[in-house]
Design a protein around this ligand. Structure first.
Ligand SMILES: C[S@@+](CC[C@H](N)C(=O)[O-])C[C@H]1O[C@@H](n2cnc3c(N)ncnc32)[C@H](O)[C@@H]1O
Length: 340
């Protein structure tokens, strides 16, 4: 899956953008996604008036908005007719699902709100919602309540994590293991990839009930219902036993409490696996993860060395961090065979 990072845009477009005002064009693209401009124009041409009516864009802003998208290389224009460029079709339709379009653009708007108070956040060292009384995005609670929200978020990640999942399955040697508990396993993308790679391995996705029903659909579609299961529950509670691998993948900052619970539930010799885009040891990479801290605190600020230290402090031995793919790292550790 490819993102429309700046290097993909034509040079003539980039040359017209000043980095300090780049947020304006960025916000226009987010609005285009929120309104589903590219999906509305998929494979067809429409007149400005029809686009305005369909997407409820007031006529005083309709043409400047559409023309800005033309200027950005996202739409073509002839007279008052507009249609998608190949660039827009590739990055805003082919490379992403409708779940991604809905969920990601919503998260971008929350991020914009938070950034309006960045200096205050920097000065006070508190999350933006605490500084300005903004509503804190509690995505887990929202997903527990709202099936559509759970589906958008979960299926966005199902699509987004495909390459990571395949790389993880290739990287991890689980040939000597029987069963993986995928804690906060979401869509099941990681469990599905591990089960495909290891024909005798079983896996179980532990997540919210609303998320588990979505994962179960993905597992059925993958033809893996005999070996991959779901378990609705709260990951902060005691974890079930019966698994010789406990995995935490992209579940934000991994607390000692979660790791201690994993230690208690694993048998001697069991493996803990933590997978995420942890910060480099000097704290300067990856850039997108680093700057995301200013708009959402859920990623935490743990570096790879911090995480190795935390895993060791919970009793695991032979703790190692290794690079899986691009910025994705895995930290593994074993529960000693003989404790004490
Ligand atoms: C960012 S997603 C990652 C999903 C999956 N591991 C992946 O890599 O695609 C984090 C997942 O953790 C789940 N989660 C977070 N807190 C939870 C809790 N207290 N109980 C159950 N699930 C939780 C969320 O519902 C979500 O599916």
């Amino acid at each position: 899956m490819q993102l429309p990072t700046l290097d993909k845009f034509p040079k003539r477009v980039l040359a017209a953008i000043d980095i300090e005002t780049a947020f304006i064009v960025s916000r226009l693209i987010v609005a285009a996604e929120r309104l589903q401009v590219f999906r509305t124009l998929q494979g067809k041409r429409m007149k400005a008036a029809a686009i305005g009516r369909t997407l409820k864009i007031h006529k005083s802003y309709r043409d400047p908005f559409l023309n800005s998208l033309v200027s950005l290389g996202l739409l073509h224009k002839a007279g008052d007719t507009y249609w998608n460029t190949r660039f827009a079709e590739k990055y805003f339709i082919d490379e992403r699902s409708i779940y991604w379009t809905r969920q990601y653009s919503k998260e971008c708007v929350e991020a914009y709100k938070a950034l309006a108070f960045l200096e205050k956040t920097l000065a006070l060292g508190r999350e933006t919602h605490a500084v300005k009384g903004l509503k804190k995005a509690r995505y887990v609670q929202e997903m527990a309540r709202d099936r559509r929200q759970a589906e958008d978020f979960t299926q966005m990640l199902f699509h987004f994590h495909q390459e990571d999942a395949e790389a993880l399955a290739k990287h991890l040697n689980l040939s000597q293991h029987r069963a993986v508990l995928d804690v906060g396993g979401g869509s099941g993308v990681m469990s599905i990839a591990l089960a495909r790679k290891n024909p005798r391995l079983r896996a179980c996705v532990l997540d919210l009930a609303t998320v588990c029903s979505i994962a179960a659909r993905n597992i059925r579609r993958a033809g893996l219902t005999k070996r991959v299961d779901t378990l609705p529950g709260d990951i902060r509670r005691r974890l079930p036993t019966g698994y010789d691998v406990i995995m935490f993948c992209d579940i934000g900052s991994l607390s000692k409490e979660l790791l201690r619970n994993a230690y208690k539930s694993l048998p001697p010799g069991g493996l803990v696996v933590a997978v995420d885009r942890y910060l480099s040891d000097d704290g300067t990479k990856p850039l997108d993860r680093l700057v995301a801290q200013f708009v959402s605190s859920s990623f935490g600020q743990a570096t790879r060395s911090d995480m190795v230290g935390v895993v060791q402090s919970c009793g695991f031995r032979a703790v190692e961090a290794s690079n899986v793919y691009r910025d994705l790292w895995v930290i593994t550790g074993s529960k000693p065979d003989k404790v004490g």
